[in-house]
Design a protein around this ligand. Structure first.
Ligand SMILES: Nc1ncnc2c1ncn2[C@@H]1O[C@H](COP(=O)(O)OP(=O)(O)O)[C@@H](O)[C@H]1O
Ligand SMILES: [Mg+2]
Length: 288
């Protein structure tokens, strides 16, 4: 696809609402052509181009038919959860999840999400462009880093796993707490043009607490004033009958929408980033 025709992912939101709605129209209505399959993925993840009225972009298409069934997420589809995560991300206003829609495609219904960064070939993606995770010797994370926990690095040695003390990651940690993300690994953090995106939100919104993430660096710390403000706005957007609540009700179960409301309430009443409960593994393994 000619480079000039591509809508550059990193600029989508920064050029304003019109650009985002253009991308949503392109993803929803455009002609979807499969270009390749991402081999290391656990579900069918297809790299595609989508074009509509002279505009084109790269996107990922995950057909529902290619979803591996998960016993703890029996209701609905993973694709619906990915779209619900985008809806909540947009409601928070931080633009952390690339534009994501549900649509029909060459392999049936699925989710379609704007591709972030270069092509799908190893090394051309946006991972690794910025250092967000590291392993360090000793027990101190060091300036500009936050500790996640100790990791076994083989031969009986351990190292401290750390993530960057980065405002974008801090916002993402709030989004993850809200959507109850059960799988926030390093490979699901993409950066492009100075922006950070989270991807892979198939295992979110469970009614039971399942937050499993690398982003524990702020656990127990006060939420920022900005986070409190956006969470209050989200609480208003989730009242019964509100448009967002109605849209989410079509994507996840009623019990899951109630649990989402309860998580937002709990975050606002504690005023703090959540801490691991100890009842389930708090860190995804492998972490990347
Ligand atoms: N929107 C996207 N932009 C760029 N790369 C993506 C995007 N979605 C997925 N990928 C790439 O495809 C890989 C597999 O996608 P992922 O959502 O993690 O699927 P799975 O749930 O099967 O692991 C990711 O690790 C990433 O490299
Ligand atoms: Mg994945």
């Amino acid at each position: 696809m000619p480079a000039a025709e591509r809508i550059q992912a990193g600029r989508v939101s920064s050029t304003g609402v019109d650009a985002v709605s253009d991308v949503m129209e392109l993803l929803t209505r455009g002609e979807l052509t499969v270009r390749g399959r991402i081999r290391e993925a656990s579900n069918a993840v297809l790299y595609c181009s989508v074009s509509y009225e002279g505009r084109a972009a790269a996107c990922v298409y995950k057909p529902v038919a290619g979803e591996r069934p998960l016993w703890d997420f029996p209701d609905g589809t993973l694709a619906q959860r990915e779209v619900a995560a985008y809806e909540v991300s947009e409601a928070l206003g931080w633009g952390l999840v690339p534009p994501t829609v549900l649509r029909d495609g060459p392999h049936g219904e699925g989710m379609c999400q704007l591709w972030i960064g270069g092509g799908p070939e190893p090394g051309s993606g946006s991972e690794g462009g910025e250092e967000l995770l590291a392993l360090v010797e000793g027990a101190e994370p060091g300036e500009g880093w936050k500790a996640i926990g100790f990791a076994d690095v083989g031969e009986g040695r351990t190292a401290l796993l750390v993530h960057a003390d980065d405002e974008r990651l801090r916002r993402l940690s709030v989004l993850d707490a809200v959507i109850n993300n059960a799988d926030r690994k390093g490979g699901h953090l993409l950066t492009d043009d100075g922006r950070l995106y989270g991807i892979d939100h198939g295992v979110t919104f469970n009614a039971e607490d399942k937050l499993r993430t690398l982003l524990w660096g702020w656990a127990g710390e006060s939420l920022t004033a900005e986070a409190v403000g956006v969470l209050e706005a989200l609480r208003d957007g989730l009242v019964r009958g509100a448009p967002l609540a109605l849209r989410l009700g079509k994507l996840i179960t009623g019990a899951e929408v109630d649990a989402l409301r309860a998580r937002v309430e709990a975050l606002l009443s504690s005023g703090k980033h959540p801490v691991p409960s100890g009842d389930w593994p708090a860190i995804p393994w492998p972490p990347v």
